[in-house]
Design a protein around this ligand. Structure first.
Ligand SMILES: [Zn+2]
Length: 515
């Protein structure tokens, strides 16, 4: 049975040691209360982020997996989107999927090619808002999927519940917009954000001003911000606009200022440009200029704790696979690296180097970094790394820091494991994040409002919120207790999947997120 890698293997509290990827009962070394080095241990990395399709959900015909949106039961009036996820082994070039609702007059939902989706590049055919159910009756419908050419072909039964049963705050919920000096904020009425908006306006404006100060460049136009009334990914995304989760019980942490600042830095950074901005520096810069990742934190000492714990990721490896490396370690290390370089060379010299990095013919970001480092600072990537590590070894590490770093990593591993199992639309590598502007034009709110609300979801989300709350006040024993409980809950879910308690196609969704 699969377990939470980090939870099972190296959560420690009360200063036990970091375990390896296999439990090591003999390993009881403790972080020292002084700054003396502690024994190093096999790192949690590569904590290979499990592939998004490796959930224990039983696949459909031929290994294909179907997900319908919005999450949970479907209702008359929904604009339904469909993801048809390919088996990992299939070569899907030149193939497409056709979807039909059988037994209806207007039954052809069209076809879509297989393409990469999300940061994780999952191969799937995506149908955005393809099934308009506004004129239909409640009841069961047969949805026929055809992979062409060569098949397979299969049919699923999908239930549409009566419109009157749509959960609150729908169907009265609509998109609303508030325009500030900095930003255009789009949110949905009836949500937690709508309730708190008067007290959040100053916070949002302050974060924008702070990010402008830190980057030394202003926004050319108001930043579009879409408020998500559910958790998606780690709570923030930035492209041409910012998407940010705001919900009272945010199970992925609840620091709006921090996430907002981070995403605003991304927008400004993007505007300043550069041929190749390597991911390790893009995220490192946002973490450095926000004085932390999920919270304000001393980056160099915490990265030094990684080194002492044996969790440090070599920069070449991290640069070449940033988003699939262990997430919290990668961001912390990237942030500390940028901070080290800025401290050493000054922001201006760092910025000149960063925006001058060119693509390398190999496609490796580490090689591109290596060349630019030599050109600007006369150091190879390895030489820079040696100096970076020497600086880390000079840091003073507060003893609490070990526990905080370890439990922070474990907490977010638990968040992601929960998402993969019970809230897959939220899993960061393949999140279901429809375009906010298009949703507003179409008047659609359900894709963001609906989320899995089964008892298991609520129990685990509450525990995750508890972990975050305890971590933020430094109550590590309580955080650890809640994490242990989450692990037990997720193990139980895994077992239920294995014995088939979750069936494919339940309640209009495919085995997930149904009440
Ligand atoms: Zn980021």
């Amino acid at each position: 049975m699969r377990r939470l890698l980090l939870l099972a293997f190296f959560i420690l509290i009360a200063c036990q040691a970091v375990g390896s990827l296999a439990p090591d009962p003999t390993d009881t070394a403790q972080p020292s209360p002084t700054n003396s080095p502690i024994p190093t241990h096999p790192a949690p990395t590569p904590t290979p982020t499990p592939t998004p399709t490796s959930t224990p959900i039983p696949p459909l015909e031929g290994g294909y997996l179907v997900r319908l949106h919005p999450d949970g039961p479907l209702f008359v009036g929904d604009q339904v989107s469909i993801e048809v996820i390919s088996p990992e082994t299939e070569n899907q070039k030149e193939k497409n999927v056709q979807i039909q609702i059988t037994g209806l007059a207007a039954n052809d939902l069209g076809s879509s090619k297989f393409e990469e989706h999300g940061i994780g590049g999952r191969i799937q055919a995506t149908f955005n808002w393809v099934w308009d159910t506004r004129d239909l009756q409640a009841g069961e419908y047969q949805v026929k999927y055809s992979v062409e050419p060569e098949g397979p072909i299969w049919t699923e039964t999908v239930s549409l519940l009566p419109k009157i049963e749509v959960p609150s705050p729908e169907p009265a919920a609509t998109w609303e917009t508030i325009v500030l000096d900095c930003c255009e904020i789009n949110f949905i009425s009836g949500t937690d954000f709508a309730q708190d908006v008067p007290e959040l306006i100053d916070l949002i404006q302050d974060q924008a001003e702070s990010s402008v100060d830190r980057m030394g460049v202003d926004f050319v136009e108001r930043i579009p911000i879409t408020i998500l009334p559910r958790v998606l990914g780690h709570g923030g995304f930035a492209g041409s606009e910012i998407y940010i989760s705001y919900i009272d019980s945010n199970y992925a942490g609840n620091d709006l200022s921090q996430v907002l600042h981070h995403e605003m830095i991304h927008i400004l950074d993007r505007r300043l440009g550069g041929e190749l901005r390597p991911s390790i520096l893009v995220e490192g810069l946002a973490v450095h200029l926000s004085d932390g990742h999920f919270k304000r934190e001393p980056l160099l000492p915490r990265a030094a704790a990684l080194l002492e714990l044996g969790w440090y990721l070599p920069l070449t490896e991290l640069a070449d696979s940033f988003y699939t490396s262990q997430h919290e370690i990668g961001y912390l290390e990237g942030g500390a690296l940028v901070e080290f370089m800025v401290n050493r060379y000054g922001y201006s010299a760092f910025d000149d180097f960063y925006r001058d990095i060119e693509n390398h013919s190999s496609g490796d970001q580490s090689k591109a970094l290596d060349l630019a480092l030599q050109e600007h600072f006369g150091l190879t990537l390895m030489q820079m790394e040696e100096q970076f590590k020497s600086e880390l070894y000079r840091q003073h590490i507060n003893p609490d820091m070990y526990e905080d770093v370890i439990l922070t990593v474990a907490y977010y591993e638990a968040v992601r494991e929960y998402q993969r199992l019970l809230d897959p639309s939220a899993y960061f590598l393949t999140a279901w994040l429809p375009d906010g502007e298009e949703m507003r034009q179409r008047g659609i709110v359900a894709d963001y409002l609906r989320r899995p609300l089964a008892p298991q979801n609520l129990v685990i989300e509450e525990l995750l919120v508890e972990v975050d709350r305890q971590l933020r006040v430094g109550n590590y024993l309580e955080a650890k207790k809640a994490l242990d409980q989450i692990e037990r809950e997720l193990d139980r879910v895994q077992e239920e999947f294995l014995i088939g308690a979750y069936k494919v196609g339940e309640a209009g969704a495919v085995g997930l997120g149904v009440d």
